[in-house]
Write a new protein. Structure first.
Length: 150
């Protein structure tokens, strides 16, 4: 939305609120969501963070929207979210009780680990939708779209 995760932390911290939560939900995939959570965590390690990823990417199939994220994949996402710094972890679009059950079990059964690298996140959950999260000094390239003739 025009701000990187560290820029958002700086902006919100300027409000001097007593307590606030920040995080990410939905979006273009769990990998991208966790990259944002990692950005928040690096800018403010003590900040309570929220992660609510989709159960996969929506795809139209046989007349309905289907999410391809399995409960097992969402369990891996939940552990990576916790290790990335999120303390409130849930699911967004496509998340079912089966997903939540596996996520809870994974969080209870897997000891907390160190923050995962972006390479680990991509290896476990799949690649990112873009090469950069906006924190590099290289400006994003935009594809010019042609306007339709009226």
């Amino acid at each position: 939305m025009g701000l990187t995760a560290p820029q958002m932390v700086k902006l919100v911290m300027a409000f001097r609120t007593a307590q606030w939560r920040s995080g990410a939900n939905c979006g273009v995939g769990a990998s991208d969501l966790l990259r944002t959570v990692c950005g928040f965590a690096s800018a403010a390690p003590a900040l309570p963070l929220i992660a609510k990823g989709n159960a996969g990417i929506p795809k139209y199939h046989d007349g309905h929207i289907h999410y391809d994220g399995t409960p097992e994949l969402m369990a891996q996402y939940a552990v990576l979210a916790r290790d990335s710094g999120a303390s409130i972890i849930g699911g967004c679009c496509g998340t079912t009780p089966a997903h939540l059950s596996k996520m809870r079990a994974a969080l209870e059964d897997t000891p907390k680990g160190s923050a995962p690298s972006l390479e680990t996140i991509a290896e476990v959950l799949g690649g990112f939708s873009s090469e950069d999260d906006g924190t590099s000094s290289t400006p994003p390239t935009r594809t010019r779209r042609r306007r339709r003739a009226a």
